[in-house]
Design a protein around this ligand. Structure first.
Ligand SMILES: [Zn+2]
Length: 89
């Protein structure tokens, strides 16, 4: 399995740090960032693409419920989005 996620994280952190510090006076870095939607499948780190949808359910009397049900599912890519290598998950 490729190391793109770890390598890209390092590259992006370096770029963020350089670009932000060029224009902003930073007192202290709290968090240099990471992929927001990471997940572990079979003990391996990968990223997930959240797919969100919502609906209003129908009650037994056919009236709509007052609340909206929001749902999301994580779609796990089967190929690395950076190098295209098949991910063995
Ligand atoms: Zn890769």
């Amino acid at each position: 399995m490729c190391q793109c996620l770890d390598q890209k994280k390092i590259e992006i952190r370096e770029k963020v740090k350089t670009e932000v510090e060029a224009t902003t006076s930073i007192f202290e870095w709290e968090d240099l960032g990471d992929f927001k939607e990471k997940t572990v499948v079979n003990g391996k780190n990968t990223i997930a693409l959240p797919f969100a949808y919502s609906y209003i359910r129908r009650k037994i009397n056919s009236e709509p419920e007052k609340k909206i049900t929001n749902v999301y599912v994580n779609i796990i890519p089967t190929f690395c989005p950076f190098c295209g290598e098949k991910l063995e998950l």
